[in-house]
Design a protein around this ligand. Sequence first.
Ligand SMILES: [Ca+2]
Ligand SMILES: [Ca+2]
Ligand SMILES: [Ca+2]
Length: 390
Amino acid sequence: MMVRKNSRTLLALSFGVALIIAGLGHAAAPAAAAVEERPGVPNDPRWSQQWNLAANPGVGIDVREAWRYGCGKGTVLAVVDSGIIAHPEFEGRILPGYDFISNSRIANDGDGRDPDPTDPGDWVSKEDVESGSFDEDCKESPSDWHGTHVAGIALAAADNGVGIAGIAPLAELLPVRVMGKCGGTDRDLIDGMRWAAGLEVSGAPVNENPADVINLSLGGEGSCSGSLQSAVDEITALGVMIVASVGNEAKDASLYSPANCFGPATVGALTASGTLATYSNFGNFVDVGAPGGDTGAQIISTVDRGSTTAVAEFRIDPTGIARATLIRSSCTSTFSRCTVVERRAVDIDASGFVSVTWIPSRGTWSWQLQLADTNDHEAATSPRARFRVR
Ligand SMILES: [Ca+2]
Ligand SMILES: [Ca+2]
Ligand SMILES: [Ca+2]
């Protein structure tokens, strides 16, 4: 089975997970004296767009009520997904993860399994499609930074004046990479899940920060294989909760794994008005519905705007200069298709500009700044960082 990202439902999935995390951090009911207290509105600039976290209207989860019980402190959430990029919303809360992608073409980081779960991007080029190395239904597409998006919904810092508020803003993130170009494999998924839970996986060091909750915003068509069910059994026997998306195919969830395994809590997607999202799978294998969004009312989260490379090198040093990666692409005249031919690390000066010296050769080329500027590294809808080429 090939596993794929369930972008929207997975997001919904994250909500369920994060609520659970919030509860885990401080399971007891709030003291009577605190009952009338309700955390204030967080100062994150995108808060007003987070309908999914509001008390009203539609299906907002009322996260401020959940925060009275806890914000996830002391809880480890494994996001078993496409990896992670550095982001101010996770600062100081990313645990050492692992990259379980065996196939270097899928991994897109130049090798097989390794200790670095950084998401290098998972764009699919025309050449990739034509190479025959991937699944037949694998289409040309830009990178989507799925793992980072899912992680942001669950545990982006709240009330820090940046971007969004996460649901469990004090939880720790364990990034486990199992999906790259065109998805991933059952084998890598199983090893990634087991490792996240603290179980032994041949070739990888023991995970010293076992997860309390494992988020699987992914799935594939087919029955739950014996090996996947065994892994789920082993993990849940440790008391680790697995939360899985039911899938985005608008079909019965029983047809998709891991939602049809015995053990995971499964989550379907609802629109902002509380109806089943048109893409969400459905049926008896759905345990709970959560905000997933739909056209017109999507769920915002932490992302990168780069199409074909990572923001992974991003940092702000003491002098306030950001380091970014610039990529040069060879493109068709209409820029409908571009292929990366060069990557270059660059510094961004205080004015926010990047200077690049480059002698053009034949063809149509474009330069693309892969890291956002330092003030605007937060949401998908922000304008692209400024840069000029000379
Ligand atoms: Ca690798
Ligand atoms: Ca890696
Ligand atoms: Ca924030």
